[in-house]
Design a protein around this ligand. Structure first.
Ligand code: FAD
Length: 280
């Protein structure tokens, strides 16, 4: 794999001390693949604020560039500014800026702040201190008015000052390349990094994909269903599938890969080895 390709690894904040210890080991192992950064998700409505902040600060202070995911949730501008200031003081120089979702049951209680507004807010308050990533949806965000409107709003986030975008995961490389073409035709010049979801469990993947609007092609569903509880076969099929996807993406010009690691070393490490990226 080309040394210039950008790698990044996403984690979610563990709730327990045990989970935290394990994540440090995962981070240490994955850092050998020389990622540009790690990122840590933010629970819907800011529900993981302290856990996300704790991990992000600790990782940055230990010398691992780590970006918090951030959304307004139900917070005030001053609360959000104070959190970002704390990140800045801890050496954080990158943020994944999102609208996010509200926890179920709270949907109607708050006005959601679109990601372009968060990007503009960070630029206004913190200038160019942070590298800002935003989310993109090759298979269209579930609430989007239309395919083109979703691209229009992505452009709005990038025009507000975001540096690049990371996509929702997908299994069909054509969806990504068509999307990138359409974004470029709409005047987007910033890089769009594909989000990569390793496949290890069919039931969870199917449930999550339905809710976030990521399509599992029929042949992949059928194949995964046919393995039933045979975890070994699911994992081995998943590794081949995602290795092939990454190869197609890289061969056709994707600028890097962002892995949704699910806080696990495997199968991300094996996929990278298959791609010729060796731990150093
Ligand atoms: P936006 O870009 O604000 O878009 C949301 C929707 O509104 C889209 O349908 C868009 O077309 C539309 N829209 C945008 N702007 C406007 C406007 N001005 N007027 C009208 N419509 C508009 N979720 C979490 O809870 N925590 C995380 O840590 C997290 N990390 C993620 C990381 C990545 C890389 C990705 C791809 C997604 C992540 N998500 C996360 C999921 C994300 O929060 C949801 O998909 C959420 O519903 C949308 O967030 P957004 O930032 O893409 O929203």
């Amino acid at each position: 794999m080309d040394k210039n390709l950008r790698l990044s690894f996403e984690f979610f904040p563990p709730k327990s001390d045990n989970g935290r210890e394990k994540l440090i080991e995962v981070r240490n192992q994955l850092s050998l693949y020389k990622p540009e950064f790690f990122s840590v998700t933010y629970g819907a409505g800011g529900s993981t604020r302290d856990n996300t902040k704790g991990i992000v600060k600790e990782f940055n202070e230990s010398g691992f560039s780590t970006a918090p995911h951030l959304s307004f949730g139900g917070d005030t501008e001053e609360d959000v500014a104070a959190l970002i200031e704390e990140y800045k003081n801890a050496g954080v120089n990158r943020i994944v800026a999102l609208r996010g979702d509200m926890p179920s049951g709270m949907g109607g209680a708050h006005q959601m702040v679109y990601a372009n507004e968060l990007v503009a807010f960070i630029r206004e308050r913190f200038g160019d201190h942070f590298q800002l990533e935003v989310a993109a949806y090759p298979e269209v965000h579930p609430e989007a008015e239309s395919y083109d409107a979703d691209i229009k709003y992505l452009k709005q986030k990038l025009d507000a000052g975001a540096n690049s975008a990371i996509t929702q995961y997908f299994f069909n490389p054509d969806a990504y390349f068509y999307f990138v073409d359409q974004c470029q035709a709409a005047g987007i010049t910033q890089p769009i990094y594909p989000g990569i979801m390793p496949v290890t469990n069919y039931t969870k993947l199917a449930r999550f994909s339905d809710s976030c609007g990521a399509e599992i092609p029929r042949w992949i569903r059928k194949k995964l269903q046919s393995y039933g509880d045979d975890v070994f076969s699911i994992k081995s099929f998943g590794i081949d599938l995602i290795t092939d996807l990454c190869e197609m993406l890289i061969d056709n010009g994707a600028p890097g890969l962002h892995f949704y690691t699910m806080n696990q070393i495997e199968p991300t490490a094996t996929i990278l080895s298959n791609l010729g990226v060796k731990p150093e």
